[in-house]
Every structure is written in structure tokens, then in C-alpha cells.
Design a protein around this ligand. Structure first.
Ligand code: ADP
Ligand code: ZN
Length: 552
């Protein structure tokens, strides 16, 4: 697709310069445009900031007819339309919260003889719920004026992805109704299974897939053990490395956002919080202040981010554990869009994992009734399982203190990465001069045995205490100092046994049973043995090998 000249090539290049002010194309942009303009269904995986918008806005400008764009958020759409109108490209959008008369005006214009619009943006629920829209699209289609259908943030179609939206699932109807119109599906995040799911749900035919490396060389990754001093550490880090620069701190709960923002203000930072509990005007105000650099730091839930175009975000800090590697990669991707060096820090504690896990199981219980309408796996169990698996992968990423962070992230997207190319831009590559593989099967067996012996009703931290020989009151209360395995792990380096036990959870030899323990909503978990899996361990069929820095 790259080298050939097409009948539109000259026009394409001219308009890219004249209308969009770009001197050249970024990787894959020209190829994607050529493929979609040749009439193929196209699936594009391009990292955030890669320049996906151009791949449909430029064809929309030079092709006759109208391009329909489905995009998940009205705020995203408004931002796009503003840019298009600034470039003198006529565009409009329809959303449920617009006046009916205004919507009718737009629909009328759409099918008028000299329709001025080149692009029409809609939210997915418009497609799901508005017969009027489909009727108008049908009229355009019969006149050969429905040029292209674009599905932005296409991963929202898939329940395997990190941002599933039920309204996206009905978008398959577009290909059924307009089989000749090429579809262009765009996303910054998709594993192989998400991609398959999207292609199938949208009914894409002989689709051409473009994917490019998801590696972002200018982002520096670190995972840091989270302590009570976390916010102080963050303050110090920002003052030392990004003084007066701009960044995002992702927090788990609304309360965390407010608390972290308040503390940073006390430390003298221009910080604010942003979450779903604020009214939209308030949120828009904060976002605007941030875009204008009146606020440097936003402490936000993941509600903040999609469609954020600020090029000079110098740091993205995760105050607690993200829910999936995909989500994490995308959130980090908001840093350094201008290509300048930027920092991505993740504060990790195992107790946050228990909190997130609890939130996920609550979420699945609440979500299931509304999801079942469209779902192809119509039970909440399936969603819960996927979410839990995604979370466990994230835990295993954090627990890993040996392998290159880039390698681990890209592996998740099915991409091979040679860690030599990291050039020591992640914590693990900096830390490790050499490493050793260690057979920890015996330790693993002892830990599983200890869970059994204590009656499968204690947390991992208690099991570790007993294993390391603690004589705390709690240990004595349960007479666990009398067990044969009490203190069996005394000789192990700090952190080694905990890494092994967490590995046993990630690999499902042990299962976490999470409970809300008190009226304040704190959660606790107890470990249980997954006998069917643990069997292999004891029958000698399974060895467990972990990599450790060679100093251990
Ligand atoms: P994405 O949707 O993939 O995250 P955008 O389409 O928002 O990325 O583009 C990110 C930024 O890159 C925008 O500011 C856009 O103007 C700019 N951009 C896109 N294509 C080019 C190009 N060929 N040359 C220079 N800048 C570009
Ligand atoms: Zn690395």
C-alpha cells in the first residue's frame, strides 16, 4: 500500500499540507488512507497520539459524500468538530442531549441536495436507538453518498477489552444495512483476542489490518512499592524531576483523588481533582484550566483521559494499581505525545490489588442486568472472570522486578520486543546487571501446604508471617507457631517469599477469596487452595521457576 501511486495521491498530499498543515505523513497514515479509499474494510491499531483522526478526516475531505463517525463521548466529538471547523471542514454531530429541533435541522441538511457536511459524528447509542438516523443514512446510501463508516475507539465493542460499552455491540447493524460502504475501525489498544472480537462484531469482511509497534520510546517506566509515604514521594519526585510541569495522577476512588490533590496543594503544587461525581460544568472547568496550564496536576479517576490532546504531559503517575495492562498502557500513553521524555510511575501494593478486586466483583454484580441485553456471553460471571484475569496480569507485571517493562507490556499486545532496545529506560533494565533463574517449586509447595494447614481462612500476609517465623500476637493467638512449617522460610530474602505467593495466586494454584470486612468498607481476603491445579505441583508434574536479580 505504501509505494504505489493512486489517482488521489496528489490531492491527498496537497490537502494534508494546505488544510491540516502537516509536512508529511506519520507511520501508516498514508497506507491506511489508501486502503480505505480503495474500498476495503480496514482495522487500525495505532498508539495514542499516532494520528488516527487524519486517516478518516483527509479521505472525508477529498471523497464525495458523507463520512459517518461513531465516537463514544460527546466531549470527544465536540473537540474534533471544533478542530474541523477551524480547518474549514464542515462537520456536525448528533447526540441525545441536543434539542430535537436542532437534530432535525441537521438531519434535513444531511439529505438535502447540496449537503454542506463532509463528516457526521454520532454517539453509538444514536445508532442503537434512532430509526430516524438509520432512515437518513439509508437515503444517503441509495444515492451513493455514504462514503465511509468510521468506528473510533473500536475496542469498546469487545468485552475482552478494558473499556467495554454495551451500545457499541449493536454497531454490526451498519455493515448489515450498508454492506458496500467501507468501514474503518480505529483503536489505540487491542490484543489479538480484542481485535478478533471487534472484527466479528462489526461484521468486517476481508479486512486489512494495520498495526504498528506500541512501544513508546520516550516514556520511562517504573514500578515503586507503595508505602504510607506515597504522596510525599510523589511530591518529591515531581519537584526533583518535573518542577512546574504538567501531569496526571490516576487514583482508584473519588476520595483518593480529593485526598491526593489536597495534599499536593499543601506541598505547594497547582493540583486539582477530577472524577465522575462532579457535575459536568465543574469537570469541564478543571479540564480547561489544565489545558491552559493554570493547573499543573490533575488527580483523577480513569474517567479523565479519553480524548485528551495535551501534547506536553510530562508525567503519568498511578497512585494505585490499574485494572489491566491495556488500560495502563493507554493511560501512560497520554504522556509525551510531543515525543519528549516523560515519566510513568506506578505505585504498587498487594493490598491495592485486594481493593481493586473487590471493586471489580461489585462492578460485575451491578453491571450484569444492563449488559445482558446485547451481550453474547449473557452472564456476569464471564465478565468478572475476564476482568479478574486482566487484573492478575497487571499484578504479575508489578511483581516482576526482572524483565524489561516494555517487553512485558508489548508481550501483552502480542508484540515481540528485544529488551536491549530499551536502553535502560525502565526500572528493571536499569536495576539489573545480571539475573538468575531459580527453581522455587519446594518453597511454593510449602506455602500451599501452609495455607492448607491453617484451614484456608487466612490472608497471604499472615501466611507469609508464619512462614518467616513471626511470633506476633496474632500468630500466637491461632497457635501457628506450633506448626512444623513455622519459620521454614526464615532464610529467604525479604520479598522473595511474597513474590512466590503472589505468583501462586496469579497462576491460580491459590485462590483469593475477597470479603468486605467491616462497615468502613475495607476489604480483606483469604487464601484457598485450588486443589485441581495444586495437584500437579505435588505430583511432581510442575516446576516453578522465577527470575531473580543475581544478588538475591
Ligand atoms: P490519535 O487519535 O491517534 O491519538 P490524533 O489524531 O489526535 O491522534 O493526532 C495526534 C496529534 O498529531 C494531533 O495534534 C495531530 O494534529 C498531529 N498529527 C497527526 N498527523 C500528523 C502528521 N502527519 N504530521 C504532523 N502532525 C500530525
Ligand atoms: Zn526495559
Amino acid at each position: 500500500w505504501s509505494s504505489r501511486d493512486f489517482s488521489w495521491t496528489k490531492k491527498l498530499e496537497a490537502n494534508n499540507k494546505k488544510v491540516f498543515g502537516n509536512h508529511s505523513f506519520r507511520p501508516n497514515q498514508r497506507e491506511v488512507i489508501n486502503a480505505t479509499m480503495s474500498g476495503y474494510d480496514v482495522f487500525v491499531l495505532m498508539p495514542t497520539g499516532g494520528g488516527k483522526s487524519l486517516t478518516y478526516q483527509l479521505p472525508a475531505l477529498i471523497c464525495p459524500g458523507i463520512t459517518l463517525v461513531i465516537s463514544p463521548l460527546v466531549s470527544l466529538i465536540q473537540d474534533q468538530i471544533m478542530h474541523l471547523l477551524q480547518a474549514n471542514i464542515p462537520a456536525a454531530y448528533l447526540s441525545a442531549n441536543m434539542d430535537w429541533s436542532e437534530q432535525q435541522e441537521i438531519l434535513r441538511e444531511l439529505t438535502s441536495d447540496y449537503c454542506k457536511y463532509k463528516l457526521l459524528y454520532v454517539t453509538p447509542e444514536k445508532v442503537a436507538k434512532s430509526d430516524v438516523l438509520l432512515r437518513h443514512l439509508n437515503i444517503l446510501n441509495t444515492r451513493d453518498l455514504l462514503a465511509r463508516i468510521v468506528i473510533d475507539e473500536a475496542h469498546c465493542v469487545s468485552q475482552w477489552g478494558h473499556d467495554f460499552r454495551p451500545d457499541y455491540q449493536c454497531l454490526g447493524i451498519l455493515k448489515q444495512k450498508f454492506p458496500k460502504t467501507p468501514v474503518l475501525a480505529l483503536t489505540a489498544t487491542a490484543t489479538a483476542s480484542v481485535k478478533e472480537d471487534v472484527v466479528q462484531a462489526l461484521g468486517l469482511i476481508n479486512c486489512i489490518v494495520f498495526r504498528q509497534s506500541f512501544n513508546r520510546p520516550n516514556l520511562w517506566y517504573s514500578v515503586i512499592p507503595k508505602t504510607k509515604k506515597c504522596v510525599e514521594d510523589i511530591d518529591k519526585f515531581i519537584k526533583e524531576n518535573h518542577f512546574d510541569e504538567c501531569g496526571i495522577i490516576y487514583c482508584l476512588s473519588r476520595m483518593d483523588c480529593e485526598r491526593v490533590a489536597e495534599k499536593l496543594q499543601e506541598y505547594g503544587h497547582k493540583a486539582a481533582f477530577y472524577h465522575g461525581n462532579m457535575d459536568p460544568a465543574q469537570r469541564a472547568f478543571i479540564q480547561k484550566q489544565w489545558s491552559k496550564d493554570e493547573i499543573n496536576i490533575i488527580c483523577a479517576t480513569v474517567a479523565f483521559g479519553m480524548g485528551i490532546n495535551k501534547p506536553d504531559v510530562r508525567f503519568v503517575i498511578h497512585h494505585s494499581l490499574p485494572k489491566s495492562i491495556e488500560g495502563y498502557h493507554q493511560e501512560c500513553g497520554r504522556a509525551g505525545r510531543d515525543g519528549q521524555r516523560s515519566s510513568c510511575l506506578l505505585y504498587y501494593s498487594y493490598s491495592d490489588y485486594i481493593r481493586v478486586k473487590h471493586m471489580i466483583s461489585q462492578g460485575a454484580a451491578e453491571q450484569s442486568p444492563s449488559v445482558t441485553g446485547y451481550s453474547r456471553f449473557n452472564n456476569s460471571g464471564r465478565i468478572l472472570e475476564t476482568n479478574t484475569e486482566n487484573l492478575l496480569r497487571m499484578v504479575s507485571y508489578c511483581e516482576n522486578d526482572v524483565d524489561c517493562r516494555r517487553l512485558l507490556q508489548l508481550l501483552h499486545f502480542g508484540e515481540k520486543f528485544n529488551s536491549a532496545h530499551c536502553q535502560k529506560t525502565c526500572d528493571n533494565c536499569c536495576k539489573i546487571t545480571s539475573s538468575v533463574d531459580k527453581d522455587v517449586t519446594n518453597i511454593a509447595k510449602q506455602l500451599v501446604e501452609l495455607v492448607r494447614l491453617t484451614g484456608q481462612q487466612f490472608s497471604s500476609s499472615h501466611i507469609l508471617e508464619v512462614y518467616r517465623g513471626s511470633l506476633s500476637q496474632f500468630v500466637k493467638k491461632h497457635r501457628h507457631e506450633t506448626l512444623g512449617l513455622h519459620g521454614a522460610g526464615k532464610h529467604l530474602a525479604k520479598g522473595e517469599a511474597s513474590r512466590i505467593i503472589h505468583h501462586l495466586v496469579v497462576e491460580e494454584f491459590l485462590l483469593e477469596d475477597v470479603k468486605k470486612s467491616d462497615i468502613y468498607g475495607s476489604v480483606s481476603s483469604v487464601l484457598k487452595v485450588n486443589e485441581s491445579k495444586a495437584k500437579n505441583l505435588f505430583l511432581g508434574g510442575k516446576t516453578i521457576i522465577l527470575r531473580f536479580p543475581s544478588s538475591v
